[in-house]
Design a protein around this ligand. Structure first.
Ligand code: ZN
Length: 332
């Protein structure tokens, strides 16, 4: 049957003859001959509409004036109309597959990633925690931290109160209290996976009641014991590795670890776990868990005084919802 062939590169129209040879579509005439597997030819399923454009994988196309003759020829060679619309169906299949990939990717990100990070964090030996924390501390000291300006007397009093604490099994001797000035972090505290707990000068200045600071440290101890910070770092590294793979810049990964620790927002479940741990530590030491709620409220107020300008506040990484405060207050 008659057709007009375009090679996809030039606008030249070649008058050709279309025929079918086995499972091949043969295009011949005007000094050319092309053979395409019918399965790889896009044959639009548009009955009644003329002309029909057949498209080939190499970008070439063929215009058929007589759609009825084409359908008859295909039918004659046992190529059912179903086969003709297969290309369209394969498109729907492709879109469905894409949707499945996107949804499962999102599910993996939301549920699978935290799960994998948790199991990886739990398996990491203490020696690895220490060397990772050493790197993190160096990075923090170079960037957001500067030497503390808190008086030696106040620091000694706090360290003494910290040393007197009775801690759950395995935490005594692991936690270490450290003081740093960090204007960009405001009243803040953070724990490294090794058990080094940093309190900022602004946090120390917030209250003269050492027990309130101890409550914050006890909460941080909960994050250390349950390896929450490590999980956050692993999670962001996995994302970092993927981003790196995409952008081809490896330096992004190492550089991202301190930021992950500073900015990663703990989930409500992790906060609850750390709060429960803090409540237990405070009760073990004859103190009220509501001291932690007091601390969070003081931090909230101080953040307000700073005009909410701090990009990273303690409450942005450890969100204090009303529900959370209420839970802490009842955990007597
Ligand atoms: Zn927290």
């Amino acid at each position: 049957m008659q057709a007009t062939y375009f090679d996809g590169k030039t606008a030249r129209a070649h008058p050709v003859e279309l025929s079918i040879d086995g499972d091949m579509l043969v295009i011949a005439g005007d000094g050319l001959e092309r053979r395409h597997t019918i399965g790889a030819v896009e044959i639009p399923d548009a009955p009644g509409s003329t002309p029909r454009i057949l498209r080939f994988v190499d970008g070439a196309s063929c215009e058929v004036q007589d759609a009825g003759a084409l359908a008859a020829m295909l039918a004659q060679h046992g190529i059912a109309r179903d086969r003709v619309s297969a290309w369209e169906r394969s498109w729907k299949l492709a879109l469905t597959s894409l949707a499945i990939v996107v949804v499962s990717g999102a599910l993996l990100y939301q549920f699978g990633l935290p799960f994998m990070a948790r199991s990886a964090a739990d398996k990491m030996p203490v020696s690895a925690l220490d060397s990772l924390s050493f790197q993190l501390q160096r990075a923090l000291d170079r960037t957001v931290f500067s030497p503390t300006k808190v008086s030696g007397e106040r620091r000694q009093a706090l360290v003494a109160a910290f040393d007197r604490l009775t801690l759950p099994e395995g935490m005594k001797g692991r936690l270490q209290l450290l003081f740093r000035n960090a204007e960009s972090l405001g009243a803040n505290a953070m724990a490294l996976p090794s058990g080094a707990v940093f309190v900022t000068d602004d946090l120390v200045a917030l209250t003269s009641d050492d027990r309130v600071l101890i409550a914050v440290i006890a909460h941080e101890a909960g994050h250390v014991d349950k390896r929450h910070g490590l999980r956050q770092i692993i999670q962001s590294s996995v994302v970092g590795v993927l981003v790196t793979w995409y952008l081809g810049d490896i330096s992004a990964v190492g550089a991202a670890a301190p930021a992950a620790l500073l900015k990663a927002k703990y989930s409500r479940d992790l906060e609850r776990e750390a709060d429960a741990y803090a409540a237990r530590v405070l009760r073990m030491n004859g103190m009220s868990p509501s001291l932690l709620a007091d601390a969070l409220e003081l931090i909230e107020k101080s953040h307000g005084r700073r005009g909410g300008s701090g990009a990273v506040s303690y409450l942005s990484t450890h969100p204090a919802t009303d529900e959370r405060l209420a839970w802490i207050r009842q955990a007597q």
